[in-house]
Ligand binder design. Structure first.
Ligand code: SF4
Length: 413
């Protein structure tokens, strides 16, 4: 059963200096063209949607247009894509329908049109409020565009919007970060996503900068920024419901929760990933190869030949994703797939993190859950572990790597 669909819209005005996403740069003027690359892409996307088999009988509860810059699509293109998805899979009347938008890529008519087409949630790529930081990151928009974009969303009746902010940008100081958080909160978003810059290979930043070295902030400053975000946002009424995400009560992203809970979801478009029947399928990352992939899919009646994920891979994935949430993970799955030995190895690997407070152990006995102080490394299959906030979340990479290595060494294959 799949109740979520992701649609990738791989067009951007320009490529930001830190970005390694699957995108096609279309320049400063084009948006929603009716011929050429964007129109051809939408056509291919519609073919993929039409040929994809339906998994389950329930209509979709979430649809997410991500990018790229989906706000470069015309209103008609969004309507047509949503119409095709509704026709094929059904969309529940109260479904969460999100469109990622970038400031300076849309006008009021577009925002109103998207809203009329069914979009009821917007994720706005703000990243920073200072023009110098935006320019140094290669962003297309500037500070004033952010305030205008939020105003346009409000005028279009879209109150449920999220802002993306980025820490660790070149030349960014802790004071810049504090000011950015205050400015973001003042705009009263329902949701905030906070990302720490990762210098990916093959990006412009990877040629200019070394992580942790000036002009990038030091590691201790980026850790400070994470702690400041956690303290500031939770004090302002946002719930820290995932490592990088904060929401007002009831406003967590229902779509992204399906990923973190490892639930089935459809993925459409160049570079998109779907997860259906324990099959994770990555689509090609260029226009030409994506078109060829869809043609092959049509020839094959909507079936792909990608390998099925093994049970132990599923468990590892569930653990990695589950640790991103404050509820953490149940150890039952580890026990079921890896047995007593696997659970013991896992316990040993995470013991130091229980001791140093990055992980918290919740013991469940007779249905009653309590947080306990771990004295032994022998965890039980009825136990749950979760990362502490903010220190555990901050060190999630270390904890997840240790957990992964322990399970990898006791792999069932
Ligand atoms: S707008 Fe987003 S997807 Fe496009 S280049 Fe910038 S970071 Fe990448």
């Amino acid at each position: 059963m799949a109740i979520s669909a992701y649609v990738h819209i791989p067009f951007c005005r320009r490529r930001c200096f830190y970005c390694d996403f699957a995108i096609t740069v279309v320049g400063a003027k084009r948006r929603g063209d009716t011929s050429g690359t964007m129109a051809q892409y939408v056509e291919t996307l519609l073919k993929e949607i039409a040929v994809t088999p339906v998994l389950g009988s329930e209509p979709l509860k979430t649809v997410y247009f991500g990018g790229g810059t989906p706000s470069l699509l015309s209103v008609t293109q969004v309507e047509v894509i949503l119409g095709a998805i509704a026709h094929k899979f059904g969309i529940a009347p109260n479904a969460e329908i999100t469109l990622e938008m970038d400031p300076a890529t849309f006008e009021l008519d577009h925002a109103k049109g998207y809203q009329a087409a069914g979009v009821n949630r917007v994720s706005l790529g703000v990243q920073a409020f200072r023009d110098e930081l935006l320019a140094a990151a290669g962003r297309f928009h500037r500070r004033q565009d952010i305030f205008r974009a939020v105003e346009l969303l409000r005028q279009a009746g879209i109150e449920n919007f999220s802002l993306d902010l980025m820490s660790g940008l070149p030349h960014q100081t802790v004071q810049d970060w504090e000011e950015a958080l205050s400015e973001a909160i003042a705009l009263q978003p329902q949701h905030l996503s906070i990302y720490d810059l990762i210098v990916e290979p093959q990006t412009a930043f990877s040629r200019y900068f070394i992580p942790g070295q000036a002009p990038l902030p030091s590691d201790s400053d980026t850790a400070k920024m994470y702690r400041i975000a956690q303290a500031t946002l939770t004090a302002s009424g946002y719930e820290h419901y995932e490592i990088c995400n904060y929401a007002k009560p009831g406003r967590a992203s229902q779509h992204n929760l399906t990923y973190w809970r490892c639930e089935s979801n459809y993925g459409f478009g160049m570079g998109a990933t779907s997860y259906l029947n324990h099959q994770r399928i990555d689509r090609p990352r260029t226009q030409k190869s994506y078109r060829a992939w869809v043609e092959a899919l049509i020839q094959n009646g909507g079936r792909t030949k990608d390998p099925v994920i093994e049970p132990d891979e599923q468990v590892v994935e569930t653990i990695m994703m589950g640790l991103r949430l404050p509820s953490g993970i149940k150890l039952k799955g580890v026990h079921e797939v890896y047995g007593e030995k696997g659970l013991r190895e896992f316990s040993k690997a995470i013991a130091p993190h229980l001791q140093n407070g990055w992980l918290i152990l919740d013991a469940v006995s007779s249905g009653i859950e309590s947080t306990i102080n771990p004295r032994s490394t022998d965890l039980k299959s009825t136990d749950c572990v979760r990362l502490s906030d903010p220190e555990g979340f901050l060190m999630s990479n270390v904890v997840i790597t240790d957990a992964f290595n322990a399970l990898d060494s006791t792999s069932t294959r």
